[in-house]
Design a protein around this ligand. Structure first.
Ligand SMILES: [Zn+2]
Length: 96
């Protein structure tokens, strides 16, 4: 009788260990998936930032590329002229 109880106990302990191992495996897989998700989100954010920085305009006076938010835009008649700075705008206005 004691032998059977010992066998059942060993089986229970063994199945518990297997259960814990499976749980750890599942948890690490879940963590890896989470890390992958975070990296994916970060890469998406990075590409979005790259797209924003790719939104560059060229100064028609000196040819320098500036971001659209920093550019000085001069709308004359029906066309817009983009400059990197007010100095370039003035230089272009003098030369024109
Ligand atoms: Zn310029």
């Amino acid at each position: 009788m004691g032998f059977i109880v010992k066998c059942v106990l060993i089986l229970l302990v063994f199945s518990f260990i297997v259960y814990v191992m499976k749980a750890i495996t599942r948890l690490s897989a879940h963590l890896r998936a989470t890390v992958k998700d975070v990296k994916h989100i970060r890469s998406q954010g990075g590409s979005r930032q790259a797209r924003v920085s790719a939104d560059m305009v060229r100064c028609i006076s000196c040819g320098a590329f500036v971001s659209a938010s920093d550019a000085v835009t001069l709308s004359s008649r029906n066309r817009a002229q983009v400059f990197c700075s007010h100095e370039c705008l003035n230089a272009h206005a003098k030369s024109a």
